[in-house]
Design a protein around this ligand. Structure first.
Ligand SMILES: [Zn+2]
Length: 269
């Protein structure tokens, strides 16, 4: 898939390739002599408003919508080649990446997948913003509450069990958004150089500018999609119930690191 990246606004080609069992997701920078960045919490770098992974000085960022699509469709192992640090924006959702994976197909490998049930409840937050992860019998369930404190974007709670079907139809098509009043400030800060009203819902009091909602609760669904993408960085299939209130990448990443720490600790004992 070729397109323009959201933040840098550069042309970029994304190629998804199969990978052996147990290898997880590896990102390969074709413009950097094939340098590899493994999708793993140890490579998370803290940065505002997006997911940045760095290994041996080579970085990739804003990969969460691709990672969410892979997790959602049940893909544990893949190589993601990128000709730039950031994938194409698509329409601001995971839809284009879901379509790529669906076109190629997914095969089952002769190996056990790394499933993990949290050994203890994780809670991150400060009372206003929170994310809680509890053990769950079967698969990943995410409950997300969006609250931007503006009347035209009312407090909304969505909940989905993340399955290939729910991801493809209910979660993956939800697009990224920003408030119209934030848009100029964000661009002045260097974000969203490739953003426009067709790959980002720019929300005004009357609704999205030059666009229409796919779901009445599309904004909350997108935040749920981001949780899936951030938790996909664990490299684990989770049996967990996640309850998030207004959480963003930074809180989600703390949870991803803690889940991986629990997994490593459980494996050693
Ligand atoms: Zn997002």
């Amino acid at each position: 898939m070729t397109g323009t990246s959201l933040h840098e606004g550069h042309p970029v080609t994304l190629t998804l390739k199969p990978a052996p069992a147990g290898s997880g997701v590896t990102i390969v920078r074709t413009d950097r002599d094939g340098a590899q960045v493994h999708v793993h919490p140890r490579n998370i770098q803290e940065i505002q408003r997006r997911t940045l992974l760095m290994e041996n000085g080579v970085e990739v960022h804003t990969v969460e919508h691709v990672l969410a699509a892979l997790y959602g469709l049940g893909v544990d192992n893949a190589v993601m080649e990128l000709s730039a640090p950031e994938p194409p924006a698509g329409d601001g959702s995971s839809k284009a990446f879901v379509e790529l994976v669906r076109e190629a197909g997914v095969i089952e490998l002769a190996a056990e997948r790394p499933e993990f049930t949290p050994t203890e409840t994780i809670e991150v937050g400060d009372g206003k913003v929170s994310i809680k992860v509890e053990p769950h019998a079967d698969g990943l369930v995410v409950n997300y509450t969006l609250d931007y404190g503006v009347p035209f974007m009312p407090r909304t709670t969505v909940e989905f069990a993340v399955t290939p079907e729910s991801f493809e139809q209910q979660i993956g098509p939800a697009r990224t958004f920003c408030l119209e009043k934030e848009a100029q400030m964000l661009q002045a800060m260097g974000f969203g150089k490739g953003a426009n009203t067709q790959n980002t819902l720019v929300v005004s009091p009357q609704g999205p500018l030059e666009n229409t909602l796919r779901f009445e609760d599309e904004y909350a669904r997108h935040k749920l999609l981001d949780v899936v993408g951030d938790l996909a960085v664990t490299g684990l299939r989770l049996n967990a119930k996640v309850t998030a209130v207004k959480s963003g990448h930074s809180q989600n990443q703390v949870v991803a690191k803690e889940l991986r720490r629990q997994y490593e600790a459980a494996r050693k004992s």
